[in-house]
Ligand binder design. Structure first.
Ligand code: NAD
Length: 412
């Protein structure tokens, strides 16, 4: 059974050891700075009452306010929030973003709630959490939440405080002080970081064969970017269906087909494919863009791709990572590959604090520049330490920055 918290913590200790991070700093970062657990009572539409468990974990605020996702899913638990908050600290620090990692959410199945119940639950999350504002802790969206949920949460915050505070909640729409480019930030970023990695190893994009697990917000946007760059997306798998075409799928048509049919099944000119087949198919680039812990050592043994681009959070177990690196696979790690959204949130915050909003061109160029720079820095750090793993390079860079902030503050 994949233990996300154990794996993330092991990775942190491994990077800290190689990077010679101060042991007191490592001890401090081994657990979250703050954990808030609370229960939300909710009046249901039929007059009955239910209680939901909710959390907020703030890993470290050494570099700045803790920020990021609010997950609403039936099996959400505290350990998952702790692991995700640690990874968010690393993602921010590796991207030179002045923020720490925050994660939280509600253990609830939104599919079993009416729209009004879901709205009341989102609003109640903010009332019960009582976030202390843009300078302390800033919730954003995650699995099970999106622009509408974040709009309700921001509205609730502004109603409570009586102040216009767009920077108090991230991932809201532009009309409430959000930024342009939110939907495509992560998927486009996945492609841009892949491009930076490909350049470093002289990998030719034209005609490259791509396989993608997950064709949701991240996977479908990334697939379109690969397609437009002249790559052949040969395999795509969703939770309920998968499609394969050895000469490449028509991705814009596949996006339309999924919108119209709610599934990829029977897409003209394709054959069905399972997850197992997708992971071991004859591709050059494998992009897990759905779930954590799916590329285990057993799966890795069958992977034929030369490049693994981690669009999902922590899709590769540490022993699979080791095996793939030994086999010479280039791994573009999650904390860099899917960091498009954290860079976008940083831009959202800057715009919200100044109430001055930017055009798409500026946002897209800034996102690309920041992502490519973070990748290059992590690759350089890996090289300095004689490592094949850019993942460790990114974690060492991040821990070094957090360490410097902690020591400068005199916490250790
Ligand atoms: P999404 O819900 O829009 O899409 C996920 C897709 O994965 C769904 O379409 C679903 O059909 C598919 N899926 C689920 N289980 C599957 C399975 N067993 N086999 C094959 N496909 C399966 O989510 P998203 O926003 O695209 O996020 C995808 C991943 O990227 C998640 O791991 C998320 O944590 C990570 N991520 C997302 C963002 C973001 O900005 N959305 C940022 C960073 C990381």
């Amino acid at each position: 059974m994949y233990d996300f918290l154990e794996e993330s913590s092991r990775l942190m200790h491994q990077a800290a050891k190689i990077g010679e991070i101060n042991p007191d700093v490592v001890e401090l970062l081994s657990g979250p700075a703050r954990v808030i657990g609370f229960r939300i009572p909710l009046k249901m539409d039929d007059g009955s009452s239910r209680v939901f468990d909710a959390y907020r974990v703030c890993h470290t605020d050494a570099l700045g306010p803790t920020r990021d996702g609010t997950r609403i899913s039936p099996d959400l638990n505290l350990d998952e929030c702790k692991a995700l908050a640690l990874v968010m600290s690393v993602k921010h620090a590796a991207g030179r973003i002045p923020a720490g990692g925050g994660k939280g959410g509600i253990a609830a199945d939104s599919g079993k709630l009416s729209r009004l119940e879901f709205e009341r639950l989102c609003r109640a999350y903010i009332r019960h959490l009582r976030p202390s504002g843009p300078d302390c802790d800033v919730p954003g969206a995650d699995v099970g939440t999106g622009m509408q949920s974040m709009s309700w949460m921001l509205d609730e915050y502004e109603q409570i405080t009586g102040r216009h505070s767009p920077a108090a909640v991230n991932d809201k729409p532009p009309i409430l002080g959000g930024t342009l480019g939110g939907y495509e930030a992560t998927g486009m970023g996945v492609f841009e970081v892949f491009q930076a990695a490909a350049e470093q190893i002289d990998f030719k994009l034209e005609g490259a064969r791509i396989a993608i697990q997950g064709f949701g917000q991240v996977g479908s946007v990334a697939a379109q970017a690969f397609h437009e760059a002249g790559c052949k997306v040969i395999a795509v798998r969703q939770i309920d269906s998968g499609v394969y075409a050895s000469e490449g799928l028509d991705i814009p048509e596949l996006v339309k087909y999924q919108e119209e049919n709610g599934s990829l099944e029977n897409f003209p000119g394709s054959e069905p494919i399972t997850n197992e087949e997708l992971f071991s198919c004859d591709c050059d680039v494998l992009v897990p863009a759905a779930l954590q812990g799916v590329i285990t050592r057993e799966v890795a043994e069958r992977v034929k791709a030369r490049i693994l681009v981690e669009a999902a959070n922590s899709p590769t177990t540490l022993d699979a990572d080791e095996l793939l690196l030994e086999r010479g696979v280039t791994i573009v790690p999650d904390v860099l590959a899917n960091a498009g959204s954290v860079h976008l949130c940083q831009m959202e915050r800057t715009q919200g604090l100044s109430d001055d909003y930017w055009g798409s061109e500026t946002i897209n160029e800034q996102r690309r520049m920041r992502l490519v720079h973070s990748y290059q820095q992590a690759a350089e750090c890996a090289e300095r330490h004689g490592l094949k793993s850019v993942r460790l390079g990114a974690w060492i860079n991040a821990l070094k920055r957090i360490e410097e902030a902690i020591l400068t503050r005199g916490w250790c």
